[in-house]
Design a protein around this ligand. Structure first.
Ligand SMILES: Nc1ncnc2c1ncn2[C@@H]1O[C@H](COP(=O)(O)OP(=O)(O)OP(=O)(O)O)[C@@H](O)[C@H]1O
Ligand SMILES: [Mg+2]
Length: 477
């Protein structure tokens, strides 16, 4: 083939080539340094060439190789590259996944923290709302003005409102103690306990109770309401205790005033019907005694008549005094120490008869009230005479005075038998007497006088025996 033109090449030259198109393109510089051709054996080949000048001739050095051989290397490299790339991509993906997972966990943790924060805030808000609601409820419970407690079936206190706590000390000391022990200082359950009925009947029950509170008799109304479990059993009782002392006193005042007006009617009738005949009897007997000089045994009878007529007259006078409408108080400054001493002087002979010893104990104060001296003296006489009558010979009376910002307290104590507990409530009622010769008006008159002076009178017994009468009078300005 050497020295022949590829443009004029004969058929015999096509033994290894199908055509010389590639070579022609190389010669025509249509392809530059490499190309691809189909060999006669149908092999797809790659060709690379380079012109070399040897002498005057320019030679084309060409290297051809089957396309598959060339690409095999490239392919194997490509596979390696692809494998390497896959590994790198895999690593990248793995790392990315790992980072993504970490980030996801971090985000989840952050979300959880945010959620926890949100929850905490919500819990705080709800807690605050619940506290507010509880406060509101507590305020309502305190504003009820009644004492509320919850007790279980063993009468143990489970809960109590502020009002109860204020009266009986801290809730800690009270919780799980028996109500009758803590509230009423009793060893056994109170006989009139409404909670007992409620536990039995599963319905609301009510009762009234009388208690000595700070030296003062007070009345309470207790209402027990059942608290049931889901099975309908009464497991606890809500006890509502209302101080009804004022209401009770008003009732008593009403009853007393009704009784007074009835007494007034009777007194006026009696004074009319008995007063005059009694005065005539007493006068006539006195006339007989003075003018007839009767024998001793007759004189004795006449004196009996005279004494009894006089006593009957005293009752009539006391009745009239009681029934007479009050003239009103003539307010003047009254110094109580001076008043007591004057009264004791008046009663000297009565006290002397039984050799009663009177002890006075006063703080260093003025003890001045504004009131009606003679009426207050009458009160002192009534109380001291009652003590004298109750005392055995050589008995003792203690008179003491205390004063706080508002009230002067006068206390008259004796060491006699005291007033039977069951009579304590009645002794201030008109005509209530346990004495054969008593009229039963001394204390009721005294009570009326003290109340007109805007004061208060109470009676109680000493644990050691003996009665204590206390008079509270407002301090004069
Ligand atoms: N110091 C006392 N000790 C014991 N009992 C007393 C005492 N003071 C009063 N009492 C009781 O109170 C009752 C009523 O007293 P009150 O002074 O009202 O009437 P009275 O003394 O019986 O009669 P009077 O109208 O003559 O005073 C008395 O009958 C007595 O039972
Ligand atoms: Mg009396």
């Amino acid at each position: 083939m050497i020295d022949r033109s590829i443009f004029k090449i004969e058929d015999e030259c096509y033994q290894c080539h199908l055509s010389f198109d590639v070579e022609r393109m190389i010669v025509n510089k249509k392809i530059t340094s490499n190309g691809r051709y189909l060999a006669a054996n149908k092999n797809d080949k790659l060709i690379a060439y380079s012109p070399i000048k040897i002498g005057k001739r320019v030679w084309m050095i060409a290297v051809s190789a089957p396309f598959s051989e060339v690409t095999k290397l490239v392919r194997s490299n490509l596979y390696k590259i692809m494998l390497f790339s896959s590994i790198i991509i895999g690593i990248i993906l793995g790392v990315t996944n790992f980072i993504f997972k970490i980030n996801k966990e971090k985000m989840e943790a952050e979300n959880r923290a945010l959620y926890a924060d949100k929850l905490e805030r919500e819990v705080q808000e709800r807690t605050y709302e619940i506290k507010q609601e509880k406060q509101k409820l507590d305020d309502i419970v305190s504003a009820i003005g009644a004492e509320l407690s919850v007790i279980d079936c063993n009468y143990n206190i489970l809960w109590a409102n502020e009002k109860v706590i204020r009266r009986f000390g801290s809730i800690k000391n009270m919780t799980n103690t028996c109500c009758y022990k803590t509230y009423y200082k009793r060893k056994d359950i109170c006989p009139q306990c409404p909670a007992r009925d409620t536990f039995k009947s599963a319905s609301v029950s009510q009762s009234e109770l009388k208690l000595l509170n700070n030296d003062e008799m007070r009345y309470y109304q207790i209402t027990a309401t059942p608290i049931m479990d889901s099975a309908g059993r009464v497991v606890q009782v809500l006890a509502l205790t209302r101080d009804i002392t004022t209401q009770k006193r008003q009732e008593q005042v009403l009853i007393e005033s009704e009784r007074m007006s009835a007494v007034g009617q009777i007194a006026i009738g009696l004074a009319h019907d008995l007063g005059n005949p009694l005065t005539i009897i007493a006068g006539s007997v006195q006339f007989c005694l003075q003018n007839l000089e009767p024998p001793d045994n007759v004189k004795e009878y006449l004196e009996v008549v005279n004494r009894n007529a006089t006593a009957a007259n005293r009752v009539i006078k006391a009745l009239l005094h009681f029934a007479r409408p009050s003239k009103g108080i003539l307010y003047t400054p009254v110094y109580i120490v001076e008043l007591i001493q004057k009264t004791l002087l008046l009663l000297k002979s009565e006290l002397g008869k039984k050799e009663i010893e009177v002890k006075e104990k006063y703080a260093d104060e003025v003890f001045k009230v504004s009131g009606d001296r003679s009426q207050l003296e009458q009160v002192l006489v009534n109380i001291i005479l009652n003590a004298v009558e109750a005392l055995p010979p050589k008995g003792k009376i203690d008179i003491s005075l205390f004063q706080d910002e508002r009230f002067i307290q006068l206390k008259i104590t004796d060491n006699g038998p005291g007033i039977p507990e069951e009579h304590l409530d009645s002794i201030f009622n008109p005509f209530y007497t346990t004495r054969v010769r008593g009229v039963g008006l001394g204390l009721s008159i005294s009570k009326r006088i003290i109340e007109q002076h805007k004061g208060k009178i109470t009676a109680e017994n000493l644990a050691s025996g003996g009665a204590v009468l206390k008079i509270f009078l407002p301090v004069a300005a």
